[in-house]
Design a protein around this ligand. Structure first.
Ligand SMILES: [Zn+2]
Length: 359
């Protein structure tokens, strides 16, 4: 059936029980060994390259992925404001050469990017995917939280934390411009055929350790909500709570298990469940509000594990969180570029073996 994957994913996203557990994995796809003819750098300035790389990934798999998360170079908006980055050898880690906001006064130099002008290549990827795979499967495009963009894409943690203390109004002016850009671009993606938006918060900038709850609410949540409220009618809004080995929103402040993320008007949440807040705990706290998207460790099992180990981790995740529906099997963040293709297939196989709700 043409719309089988839509039905499966959207049922799970709306916390229902589909025919089986859907699965999805994402990475910086042109920067992937098994897609060696695609360029991560080119994909950032050419929407055709980005779309082709994602379609090539789907074609490489032995199984049909249920949901495609499209991953552009995550600092794409900042490139148009004037930040400069250096791509080396198709490595997923990209070096920052220059940022546009160096001084406090620079926040006012940002302007709202036009989705059809500055961001047209990103939109072109959405448009191609919409016609290429969008009739058969849902796909979502990536947008980073305004505070994350401020910290890492358009400026630096040093500038942002200093302005938070001494020049909050200037920083807020910048955040507002970034927020409006996120809203305009996200809405245009939906109009162009994307099924939804993958919205990332955290991941560097030490936001979980350096910002206490009131600051997170003033500088992150306030703007994040503006973006997400504007996407209320999107079929999928997936909040990615990004973390690293040094910090996460549970070890710093306990926000994850206090249920703080219920403040986010989204349909689904994704986080690194093997690093903090295990699946059964999260399902209990968030299961009535959000679809749970997690289960696999991108830094260990997916990257270095055998197929059997990946399958075992997937099976365990399904047993812990799939009951009653509202669950999508995935990893806690982008999989590394050297993750073997066989481990993608192992996730799919586990979903088909252990994730059947009804035949
Ligand atoms: Zn992440």
């Amino acid at each position: 059936m043409e719309s089988e994957r839509y039905e499966r994913v959207l049922t799970a996203v709306n916390r229902g029980t589909p025919d089986r557990v859907p699965w999805a994995l994402w990475g910086h796809f042109p920067a992937t060994k098994f897609l060696e003819y695609y360029s991560w750098e080119k994909a950032n300035r050419d929407g055709v390259e980005s779309a082709k790389a994602h379609i090539a990934l789907l074609n490489e798999l032995d199984y049909k992925m249920d949901l495609l998360k499209v991953t552009p170079f995550y600092k794409y908006m900042a490139c148009h404001w004037g930040s400069k980055f250096r791509f080396v050898n198709n490595e997923e880690e990209v070096e920052t050469v220059d940022v546009v906001v160096k001084k406090t006064e620079d926040w006012s130099k940002l302007w709202v990017l036009d989705p059809k002008k500055e961001l047209k290549e990103n939109l072109r990827a959405v448009s191609i995917l919409s016609r290429g795979v969008g009739k058969r499967m849902p796909f979502i495009y990536t947008v980073a939280s305004p505070i994350v963009q401020a910290l890492h894409h358009v400026s630096t943690p040093g500038r942002v934390y200093a302005d938070m203390k001494e020049n909050p109004d200037a920083l807020k002016e910048g955040l507002k411009t970034i927020t409006e850009t996120c809203i305009d671009f996200s809405r245009t993606c939906i109009e162009e055929g994307a099924t939804g938006i993958f919205f990332g918060i955290g991941g560097g900038g030490e936001i979980w350790s350096r910002m206490k709850q009131p600051q997170l609410e003033e500088y992150a949540l306030y703007y994040d909500r503006m973006v997400l409220e504007a996407l209320r009618d999107a079929p999928i809004t997936l909040l990615h709570i990004c973390s690293n080995t040094m910090e996460n929103p549970q070890s710093h402040g306990g926000l994850m298990e206090e249920g703080w993320f219920k403040n986010y008007p989204v349909k689904a949440i994704n986080w690194w469940n093997t690093s903090f807040t295990p699946l059964p705990v999260a399902k209990k706290i968030y299961g009535e509000n959000f679809c749970i998207v997690a289960g696999l460790d991108q830094s260990k099992t997916m990257r270095y594990g055998t197929r059997e180990q990946v399958e075992a981790e997937a099976k365990n995740a399904i047993q812990e969180a799939a009951k009653g529906g509202g669950f999508i099997l995935s990893a806690g963040c982008t999989v590394y570029q050297d993750t073997p293709l066989s481990n993608f297939n192992a996730v799919a196989r586990a979903a088909e073996r252990y994730g059947i709700y009804r035949r």
